[in-house]
Design a protein. Sequence first.
Length: 294
Amino acid sequence: MPPIAQPVRPPSMLVQGVLWMIGCLASFIGMAVASRELAGSLSVVQILFFRSLVGLGVLVLLAPRVWPACRKAQRIGLHLTRNIIHFAAQYCWTLGVVLLPLAEVFALEFTMPVWVAVFAWALLGERIHHARLTAVLGSFAGVLVILRPGVEIIDPAAFIVLAAAMGYGLSIVLVKRLTEDCAPLVIVAFMIVMQLPMGFALALLDWRAPTLPDLPWILLAGITGLSAHYTMARALRLLEASTVVPIDFARVPLIALVGFWVYGEALDPWLGVGAFMIFAANYYALRREARAAP
């Protein structure tokens, strides 16, 4: 039987999708830079609190659209569980941005699809096919190349970033369950409303008064924290995931250049090799699964 032809998307959709992905790349890079700049004067939990506070301001503007749906929302317990895990993952990621070279953080974060597959298997009963197993093993090999145990001393912060990727993976699986009953905008609304008091309560333990120069970075961190996910969602509506992933991977070399120019971070060729191995393994799995889909 000949393979089923994939629908051809108009060139205008391709251009729009690529533009949304460029916005996504800029958002993630802006969020990382803003978080590192704020770390000089604020604690990590304060950064998360102010990001949620900016998000609350955006949410207020959208209240007429969001509030009626939020009132009917179900699975409040699952929302809370998801947001506790997501908040912890954000804390680990932001701490990694402060402690590690930016390119290493972004490269290790690309192991997230592996954790999504593992948790989807454990919680949703989804099968781990040969292609996905290849992604797991390839990603693990890429992590070993980046960390090079036995050759260099492993920075413990690298494991913090891997914990963040694990938390993001579990969070995505829980979001998949939530989408059975809740619209994406409702899920985002609960994320802001629930994570705001979490950040505030923890920030009180180590409160540092923000200064006027912090304000632009707070706004940038908050706005890019929302725009990164929004632009990714818009891109996925216009492009195949197999097209989005290679563009998204451009975050790694771009953030490496930002780290080099802005913070004087070395351009590590081994990091590039390991990051490419992680990308190639996951891209291979994605393409195989797309071809196998009916």
